[in-house]
Design a protein around this ligand. Structure first.
Ligand code: 3PG
Length: 212
């Protein structure tokens, strides 16, 4: 296993659930990340879907003790570079392109690339990837679909994301080819808007308790 894969796995194994965040106001990033870390969720994916995302990554990486800031929804090489420059320790993409594979090869920060079909998984295996994001998990076929990949594509591990919640997370976490799941349910927009950090810590702790 490569050093980069090792690094990625050690981050993903910190917790059963990686929060997927869409941050509209960078000022909420630090208290939100602190609330998640307090509940046990240290690895945090901040998606580059908003203007505030890079500032949010920068703030979490610099100010939140115990947090492992990562960047999500990385679609091209420029975003990859910006996310690394902001302090991301891991990079997540919903799918895979040659451009992303090439930029990832130039960096020590590991990429968790997206795949949803056997062919996509096989393509990434040829590029040396052993750990992938299965996206969009529920919509693409759910835990039963992912389970059916575990025997023919043995050796590949997944972090399924998309449509996962406290209610169905165990269906995925019990599979032999799942290392963790990702989800936005631990940071609902309403709680963030209210600044209900205690409520978010409670959701994070419930998610962390899925470990086992
Ligand atoms: C992602 O980017 O991984 C998903 O949008 C997160 O999906 P969810 O909002 O359904 O958890």
């Amino acid at each position: 296993m490569s050093a980069k894969t090792d690094k990625l796995l050690s981050i993903l194994k910190l917790q059963p659930v990686v929060p997927v965040l869409v941050i509209d106001d960078a000022a909420t990033a630090v208290p939100l990340a602190r609330a998640l870390v307090a509940g046990g969720l240290k690895a945090i994916e901040i998606t580059l879907r908003t203007q505030a995302a890079l500032d949010a990554i920068r703030a979490v990486a610099a100010e939140v003790e115990g947090a492992v800031a990562g960047a999500g929804t990385i679609l091209n090489a420029a975003q990859f570079e910006q996310a690394v420059e902001a302090g991301s320790q891991f990079i997540v993409s919903p799918g895979t392109t040659q451009e992303l594979i090439e930029v990832a090869n130039d960096h020590e920060v590991p990429l968790l690339p997206g795949a949803a079909t056997a062919s996509e998984v096989m393509g990434l295996r040829e590029e040396g990837y052993q750990v992938m994001k299965f996206f969009p998990a529920e919509q693409a076929g759910g835990a039963a679909y992912l389970k059916s990949l575990s025997s023919p594509l043995a050796g590949t591990l997944f972090c399924p994301t998309g449509g996962i919640s406290l209610g169905n997370a165990r269906d995925y976490l019990s599979l032999p080819n799942v290392v963790c799941v990702g989800g936005s349910w631990v940071a609902p927009k309403e709680l963030v808007a209210k600044g209900d950090w205690a409520g978010i810590t409670k959701l994070a702790a419930e998610a962390y308790a899925l470990k086992g």
